[in-house]
Design a protein around this ligand. Structure first.
Ligand code: GLY
Length: 408
């Protein structure tokens, strides 16, 4: 606890003095950010290459100590296993570098066995970031059929977690004494895999499942102000919500930053795929809640929870900012000009801040991760103020989206 307080005070000092924004042209910021990201990702790939079956997860240490620190790796079972290969795919998309491609292929293969995962909902996160991007980008024609097989098998595994009486995909199986049928807001992100597989296999049931999940989440996960709960647990017989909680946030009625980011991204993605107005409206309502929140800092890197009691001395969460930036760039494409301008201004501010030395580590530091200062699960004393693969993944995705939009 004492360590947390010290970390909090340190973050407070950092957060109190807003990082000075780099005012160089955004194209230049993006170019330097990509170069830095690729250098770090290659170092990380070389480190994990000899570790059969392992993938990067995080790192514990102090930036500035060079190679000192402790690497935290995982097997493919960890929900984040697809993000490092996904980052490599985006970097390959940007640079066309053959070494990056080789590593993207290698680390993607390390995730394959998750196509059989039926014990949690994370198969969508794992497979779309790795195999999904791989299918989109691989220049190796022969790999495409293999990637399609992995994705469609994974979607069928995920579909086993849908219970018609509830109308949603079950997220977790643990803590059954408390949660009869827990669904977390993060689960919106897994729906993209279901839509892809519905199109590919022609199995309309997969599309029906995804639509049902998104519609029930829209009704049950949100408060009147469009802030969202993290966990809603349902009655398995009636399908009614029994409990509404915020497990990884400060309190059940608080607004956990990454949860808001998943909601924003999830409904933006739902609109992209379905073109149903209700999803666009939901994404824009979530954006209004998040961007207008009284505790959203001027640099738009949210505190780990919008209602964290230590604000303005609470830790920031770079991962939430990266997810939001990527979602806002896409949402701008679907929105009227005044909203689109607002979203792009925020996303650019987020990217400039994340690309600054306040969040981007020097090459060879930070365990070879790109971004510093993310928060995994503060109340669980897990991954606090550390680099995380999904912060890097959504940051590089946001760079890619912005770069594409600017035509650079
Ligand atoms: N999906 C888990 C998290 O966002 O921490």
């Amino acid at each position: 606890m004492k360590r947390l307080l010290t970390l909090g005070l340190l973050a407070a000092t950092l957060a109190g003095c807003q990082p000075k924004q780099n005012q160089e042209p955004i194209e230049q910021v993006i170019g330097t950010a990509f170069e830095n990201a690729q250098a770090q990702a290659l170092l990380l790939a070389k480190k994990y290459e000899p570790q059969e079956g392992r993938l990067p997860q995080s790192w514990r240490g102090t930036v500035g100590d060079g190679a000192a620190g402790e690497d935290v790796g995982s097997s493919s079972r960890w929900w984040c296993s697809g993000f490092f290969p996904g980052t490599l795919w985006y970097l390959y998309e940007n640079s066309g570098d053959a070494e990056v491609l080789r590593y993207a292929q290698m680390f993607t293969e390390r995730v394959e066995r998750e196509k059989y995962t039926t014990t949690n909902h994370d198969v969508g996160f794992m497979l779309m970031s790795s195999f999904g991007n791989g299918l989109r980008l691989t220049p190796v024609e022969a790999d495409k059929e293999h990637y399609r097989e992995v994705l469609s098998t994974g979607a069928r595994s995920l579909a086993t977690r849908f219970r018609p009486s509830v109308g949603l995909i079950r997220s977790w199986d643990h803590n059954r004494a408390v949660w009869q049928y827990p669904v977390i807001i993060d689960n919106m992100m897994n729906l993209e895999l279901m839509f892809w597989a519905a199109d590919y296999t022609g199995d309309e049931n997969l599309r029906t499942i995804a639509l049902s999940h998104a519609d029930s989440t829209l009704v049950n996960h949100f408060r009147e102000d469009y802030g969202s709960y993290h966990v809603v647990s349902y009655d398995t017989l009636t399908g009614n919500p029994l409990l509404k909680q915020t497990h990884q946030g400060y309190a059940d009625e608080s607004n956990w930053a990454r949860g808001q980011a998943w909601a924003l991204y999830g409904y933006t993605m739902m609109y992209r795929i379905t073109k149903q107005e209700r999803y666009l409206t939901q994404a824009q309502n979530v954006a209004r809640f998040v961007l207008g929140h009284k505790n959203m800092p001027a640099d738009y890197i949210p505190y780990w929870d919008f209602d964290a009691p230590e604000i303005p001395n609470a830790l920031r969460d770079a991962s939430a900012a990266a997810i939001m930036a990527s979602a806002l760039i896409e949402l701008a494409d679907y929105s009227q000009p005044s909203l689109a301008r607002e979203y792009m201004k925020v996303a650019e501010t987020q990217i400039r801040t994340l690309a600054s030395p306040a969040y981007t580590a020097p090459v060879g530091e930070n365990g070879d991760f790109i971004l510093m200062h993310s928060v995994g699960a503060f109340p669980l004393d897990s991954e606090i103020d550390v680099p995380l693969t999904y912060a890097d993944y959504y940051y590089v995705e946001a760079l890619t989206r912005l770069s594409r939009k600017l035509g650079s």
